[in-house]
Structure formats: C-alpha cells, structure tokens
Design a protein around this ligand. Structure first.
Ligand code: MG
Ligand code: ZN
Length: 222
C-alpha cells in the first residue's frame, strides 16, 4: 500500500510556528508558577466531545468534598459544561469560549486564572475543548494531564491518537457501563494505552454512575 506523508509546509493546515509553541510553553511555566505560589494543584482534562470530561470533573468535585475547587471550562461557544459544573459544587467556574479555536492555550488559561485566583482554592480542573489533536501541543501549566477516552470510541482509539496519549499522566477509560453493549475489549485498550505511553496510569470508570472516580483522584494524588 502507498502511504502519503505530507512534508513540512505541505499541508494546508494552520502551520504551528515553532515560536508560537515556544511562547505557549513560556506562558505555561508562568501559569505553573502562579499556581505553585498559592499551593494550588491544577489538572487539565482532554478528550473527544462526548468522552465524559465534564462528567469526570463533576464526579471529582463531588468526591473531593474537603477541597475548594475551581474550574476553567473550555468550549467553542456554549456554557453547558460550566453550568453543569457549577451545580456540582465548584467554588468558582470560569467559562472560556474559544470560538473557532479548537484548543485552550496557556494565554487564555492565564486570563481564566486572573478570575479564578480571586478565590481561595486548593485544586483547579481545566476542561479542554473536545479535541484529540492540538491540545497535546499546548501545555497549560497544569501539574498533570488527564485524557478521557470512552469505550464507545472504538477499538483502535488508543493507537490512533498517540500524540495526546503521550501527554497523559492519567488515561481514563470511561463508560464502562457501555463496554458490553459495544463489545469493547477493556484489557486491549489498557494494553494499547500503556504501549503508547508506558508512564501513564490507566483507570477504568463509569463517570455517570461514579465507579472508579476515587481511583482517578488517587492517581492525581488527591
Ligand atoms: Mg464537556
Ligand atoms: Zn486546536
């Protein structure tokens, strides 16, 4: 089979200039310093639309009752997730509408922190835009990155998205309750994830029912 691999500058993608990425890394480090100065732990959550990012954050907020939690919710245009998370008991929720931008970057997170850091917080969750490609390239300054994958995303999901998986400290395989319905091979998914990223922790969850959420919290050191 012939495989076409576009070279540098040959795709009509928006070219990610190296200096743009370098600037982002700088701003991410500045975000981290602001968090560390205040003793706040931040975690960012990546994954496809519908994988269960908001459900996971909502369950974590409920599980971590003794923590003061803030949320930055990234989304193209809506406040659906931010509204949901406010109901779960977050101390402060800031919505970031990215418009046509398909990922959060460290600059927009810095603006979100301007708001959130007016509150006394222990933990911040940052929910990225539902996208498995470019969030991997944009560290935000968090202490660990979570990737949520639903069992409904198919058997090859882990192998098809190596870039985002390599960024993950914790991989959450969600919607366990649907595993049987879609005939998902959970052990294969787990093996694939650790093959792509041997350092990641894999946790199986049903974020609607709440199963496994305590193990995600433990994997984050919370
Ligand atoms: Mg969401
Ligand atoms: Zn993007």
């Amino acid at each position: 089979m012939r495989i076409i691999t576009p070279g540098e500058g040959e795709t009509f993608d928006i070219e990610l200039e190296e200096n743009l990425l370098a600037k982002n890394r700088e701003l991410a480090q500045a975000n981290r310093r602001r968090l560390d100065e205040r003793g706040i732990k931040a975690f960012d959550v990546m994954g496809a639309v519908g994988s269960g990012k908001t459900s996971l954050v909502g369950r974590l907020i409920e599980h971590l009752r003794d923590h003061r939690i803030g949320v930055l919710a990234g989304d193209l245009t809506t406040t659906i997730d931010a509204d949901r998370l406010a109901q779960h008991g977050a101390v402060a929720v800031v919505q970031i509408n990215t418009g046509r931008e398909c990922h959060l970057d460290a600059n927009v997170v810095a603006k979100g922190l301007d708001e959130l850091l007016q509150h006394d917080l222990d933990v911040i969750f940052i929910e990225n835009v539902g996208n498995l490609i470019c969030p991997a390239e944009f560290p935000l300054g968090s202490h660990a990155r979570i990737v949520v994958v639903s069992v409904t995303e198919g058997p090859y999901m882990m192998r098809k998205h190596p870039y985002i998986l390599r960024e993950a400290d914790v991989v959450v395989i969600n919607k366990l309750d649907l595993a049987e319905v879609v005939n998902a091979d959970l052990e294969q998914l787990r093996r694939d994830a650790t093959e792509v990223n041997p350092k990641c922790r894999v946790v199986l969850t049903d974020c609607l029912g709440g199963e496994g959420v305590d193990q995600v919290a433990a994997a984050l050191g919370l």
